[in-house]
Design a binder for this molecule. Sequence first.
Ligand code: AMP
Ligand code: ZN
Length: 476
Amino acid sequence: MKLFVYNTLTRKKELFVPLMEDPDYTWPKKDFVGLYSCWPTVYRDPTIGNFRATFTADLIRNTLKLLEYTVKSVMNITDVGHLVSDADEGEDKLEKWSKREGISAWEVAKKYEDVFKEGMRLLHIDEFDSMPRATENIPEQIALVKTLEEKWYTYTVPGDGIYMDTSKVEDYGELMWPNYKKRLADLNAGERVNMWGKKNPTDFALRKFSPENEQRQMERDSPRWKWFPGWHIECSAMSSKYLGNQFDIHHGGADHITIHHPNEIAQSECWFDVHPRVKYWIHNEFLQVDGGRMWKSLGNAHTLQDIQNKWFSVLDLRYFYFMAQYGNFQNFTWDQLEAAKNTRHTLIKKLQWKRIMKDKKDFESDPIFQQAIEALCDDMNTPKLLAVIQSALTMWWENVFAIITWLENNLLKLWLFDAIIEENVDIPAEVSLLADQRVQAKKDKNYTLADELRNKIVTLWFQLKDTKDGYEITKA
Ligand code: AMP
Ligand code: ZN
């Protein structure tokens, strides 16, 4: 079956033809589909919005694998140089949080990288094939800027940084809007305030010089100036290092359509003289809360810990993500999460003891399987996929369970067959055992394991409360 994806670059749902099957692709032959996804900066607790983006990257990867493509997936770790504003202004996020938390910028990055990876694990998102850190790819970024300088695409704003002159870039802004040429011309003709020495409003920093009289923790010594890399440059450097000058899919959140990704395109295409550098741009829309934006100040920028504190399993959130198509806004409310949990639990009840492992060839011609794959091939339409599963469960055929088992193992990963629900038993031994193991884990200060055990207890429909003497378990 053929995959169709919505490509932000062409603004159309398109047939997916990877470069390795594309007759117009003239570079050395590829034997994989390359997928690159932008990671949030590791400077604070990731929100359930950030994880919607990670979930989408994983969904793309898993869909490609289900369709039997060999995938090479890369997700970068931004651990330096991302300023508070995407438009090259404000403080470096890591330096700012370092002051706030009283630990070094390096420690901030390490701490929140670990938090993010732990969140991925709880959400059953496997690590990507490569997860390179910006700080470990500085020579590649230096080389890129040097080439752009040699090609006369850059200029220096004294005391500020080295900038890319976007007026010299053909098709700059193509990703942003359908009528980008006119909109950019209007922008350039408009009031040119707050340019801070830039030649064009859309020009962006490739390197920023450290502020005078201030020793930044992560700055570099260069022959000319102390500096730190612009945020956009790292993605161009790392994607080309791992996936080549041209690759198949670049994913990120919809906020990147107007600044970060056009800048990545500009740098990379001028560097390699290639167009399009990426064949398919896929963007997930934002997760909203109570119909509006997530804001830390409103207290609605929920984290996975908040989800667990309200006795939800992180896998209920995973089910919730599947309930919306990635390209649409999704609205988070606690009631919606409750609904996701209830539906997931109903599925678990229906599927108990019905795990049937079969070879794919034994069911791939089944209409239910065809419909499930068709839903995924329709721009990864996960709500449609869930509807196929729900309607299949009105039939009690062996193949229905074999297909759901296969989908669970390869894509859903919702522990649909692992949770056991025993009616009329006060506290099953399994739950008591998990609770005891959790006490031990806490004694050992292994809080990761303790959280994981509590998560398991929640998926078994029990709640665990810490008390002075140990714990108390109640039915959820
Ligand atoms: P931040 O660290 O808040 O700048 O977010 C990092 C990235 O995560 C953003 O650039 C988005 O691509 C993604 N992201 C942030 N918030 C959301 C959200 N509410 N929904 C979906 N993706 C988000
Ligand atoms: Zn990026």
